[in-house]
Ligand binder design. Structure first.
Ligand SMILES: Cc1cc2nc3c(=O)[nH]c(=O)nc-3n(C[C@H](O)[C@H](O)[C@H](O)COP(=O)(O)OP(=O)(O)OC[C@H]3O[C@@H](n4cnc5c(N)ncnc54)[C@H](O)[C@@H]3O)c2cc1C
Length: 450
């Protein structure tokens, strides 16, 4: 129960107790400013998104929770693997082969427990933490945010003044919706259906904790396989909204129908027992046209949401939380909570995250083959690996795209010409053309095929 008393005013009010909100609250409170962190659900609360990117390591270090992560019994994620639509399994890709340091390993986390650990950390750093407290609206004086109106558990409301309001409300994107800042990516309107299974088949040894991405037969959807504690595995399937909804009777059936199209997943689930109901999530990727204003700033999914194929969401939430916190602390020190000050990190952050956006687009460009591309441009293998680990905030992070984007455009053009000439399409059972095998081939190339 998180029932810190609520003052009339704070330096900073953070809305939303996910990784983005808790990271921001912890760092602003640690700097000595008064912070209220409010979460509408009871903490711990359920959340999808269990697989972390290795680069979260540095956020854990900064937040002071690295030892907690090391001491936890969360499943260690040391590798990833891709299974093609034809069932071909790539060699496991162990991150430490690219970089042998500890930061190359990460974890698969039940989000309830993980997010609570971060929420508690914010409290330990001095933030006043409340759960079961909903922000009903952000208060404005003209364009400047001045506080929030809270809906309390007992049904009453309370207005709280704040010098800075942080929107970390995840996909609810409270401020972005109110200010009409959201711009959806039309081509990335996906639906996910998932559940939890006990005793799914895992590889023995260190690869047992790997995230596995498996395409279905026609590449209309892909499955995630994320091993968690107690031999529970999170298994979900993702596809375009229309494909996942049109002519389907229920989420259970959609899941079962897609499973029929993925033998490699059937094998892994053959002796498993489903232990949770099916859940459904909208996965509509979007960006925002403005991420900070006078007295307010957006972090995490409230800033923008990107398709989870590369497990980047929690990392982006933590990283944006850190960067926003630095800008807030500096702004409070200088008594400048203007849009320019609170958003001074946004350009650099967006220039890093754009590479994952581009990588997502490449994954969904069916005509393009990573395998072929890397054969022609082996100098980019390290660049791609860096992106998959999450190393995106440095000058050369996007070098691969100088050649990859033209190659993608060319592949699409060639495919169009083939169609126009009524030529048969490229042989899709060739693994060099299949998306999941792309990285498999890359990893096989790097570390030897199975
Ligand atoms: C199907 C799917 C699979 C995913 N898989 C992965 C994965 O494997 N790895 C990964 O890293 N990411 C994954 N993600 C993305 C990841 O879950 C998010 O990016 C991450 O949770 C964002 O953190 P956040 O702190 O911004 O928001 P959240 O974690 O969503 O936290 C926001 C919080 O705000 C609270 N809130 C909302 N409105 C209010 C309000 N008015 N008042 C008070 N509180 C409020 C919510 O209850 C919530 O707890 C996945 C997402 C989806 C949809």
């Amino acid at each position: 129960m998180y029932d810190a008393p609520i003052q009339d005013s704070y330096d900073c009010v953070v809305m939303g107790g996910g990784p983005g909100g808790s990271a921001t609250a912890a760092l602003v409170a640690e700097a000595g400013y008064s912070v209220l962190l409010v979460e509408r659900e009871a903490v711990p609360r359920f959340h999808v998104g269990e697989s972390l990117m290795p680069e979260t390591y540095w956020s854990f270090e900064r937040l002071g929770v690295l030892d907690k992560m090391r001491d936890s019994d969360f499943v260690k994620k040391l590798s990833v693997q891709f299974v093609s639509h034809s069932g071909k399994e790539s060699s496991p890709f162990f991150f430490e082969k690219h970089d042998p340091r500890e930061n190359s390993q990460t974890w698969q986390v039940e989000r309830g427990a993980f997010d609570q650990m971060l929420f508690d950390n914010a409290a330990e750093k001095g933030a006043q933490c409340r759960d079961k407290t909903r922000v009903q609206s952000v208060l404005f004086d003209e364009d400047k945010a001045t506080g929030v109106e809270l809906g309390l558990e007992d049904g009453t409301t309370k207005q709280v003044a704040a010098k800075v309001v942080v929107d970390a409300t995840g996909l609810s994107a409270l401020l972005a919706n109110r200010l009409k800042l959201k711009q959806e990516y039309e081509h990335l309107k996906k639906i996910a259906v998932w559940s939890y299974f006990k005793d799914a088949e895992r590889d023995p040894g260190p690869h047992g904790g790997a995230t596995i991405i498996l395409h279905t037969k026609m590449k209309d959807s892909w499955f995630w396989f994320i091993p968690l504690r107690d031999n529970i595995t999170s298994v979900g399937v993702v596809g375009n909204r229309d494909y996942m909804l049109d002519g389907r009777t229920s989420p259970e059936n959609t899941f079962a129908e897609e499973l029929e199209l993925c033998e490699a997943m059937q094998r892994r689930l053959a002796n498993a027992t489903q232990v949770e109901k099916h859940r459904v999530a909208r996965e509509f990727s979007y960006t925002t046209t403005k991420q900070a204003g006078d007295g307010w700033v957006l972090v995490g999914d409230a800033f923008g949401f990107i398709d989870p194929i590369y497990s980047s969401g929690v990392y982006f939430a933590l990283k944006s939380g850190e960067l926003a916190a630095d800008a807030i602390v500096e702004g409070l020190k200088m008594e400048d909570v203007s849009a320019d000050q609170l958003g001074k990190w946004v350009a650099d952050y967006s220039s890093g995250t754009q590479w994952i956006h581009k990588l997502v687009d490449a994954y969904y460009t069916n005509e393009f083959s990573f395998g072929k591309f890397l054969k022609m441009h082996p100098q980019h293998i390290g660049h791609l690996t860096d992106l998959l680990i999450g190393r995106i905030f440095h000058d050369t992070a996007g070098d691969i795209f100088d050649e990859m984007e033209p190659a993608m455009a060319e592949a699409v053009k060639m495919s169009g010409m083939d169609a126009a000439a009524e030529m048969p399409k490229p042989e899709t059972s060739d693994d060099s053309m299949s998306k999941p095998s792309i990285l498999g081939r890359l990893f096989g190339k790097l570390f030897g095929s199975k």
